[in-house]
Design a protein around this ligand. Sequence first.
Ligand code: SF4
Length: 175
Amino acid sequence: MSRPRIATVWLDGCSGCHMSFLDLDERLLDLAARADLVYSPIVDAKEYPEGVDVCLVEGAVSTTDDLHKIRLVRERTATLVSFGDCAVTANVPSMRNPIGPRPLLERAYVENVDLHPGIPTEVVPALLAQSAPVHRIVPVDVFLPGCPPSADVIFETLLRLLGADAPPERPLRFG
Ligand code: SF4
């Protein structure tokens, strides 16, 4: 029987949720004994693969790149977990929503810059009009709130998802 394939994805978040994932410490070895981590900021895979069983998604959907990535992740993932408050509610990234992208970019790239001010038109992905929670863009199977969720809650969630004989009733909420 093939081993479960898990992934983690980093959208518009501070990486604190991934830091909490790393706080699993020696329990990462328990996880490695049960499943293969096939895509994550902490592994070298460059492209999100097909056939992922469980994916933890950190961060809100804030840019055109985030939008493209979350749609691909949804297409290729059986159980998508909204991982942390930025994914669940848009949290910190949504603080810019009342301001709108243009004044924000002016402030960051023009008003506060002494050397070569100018809003980038290449490399930096375009901001969407609003920063959105993941479930507003694609269906989410499991909500894992917290800023960040604790390592204990992350571990328990993954064990339950990997150990379940049948798909969980959806949506689930932990924490
Ligand atoms: Fe950072 Fe909190 Fe957002 Fe996680 S939920 S990415 S820890 S701000």
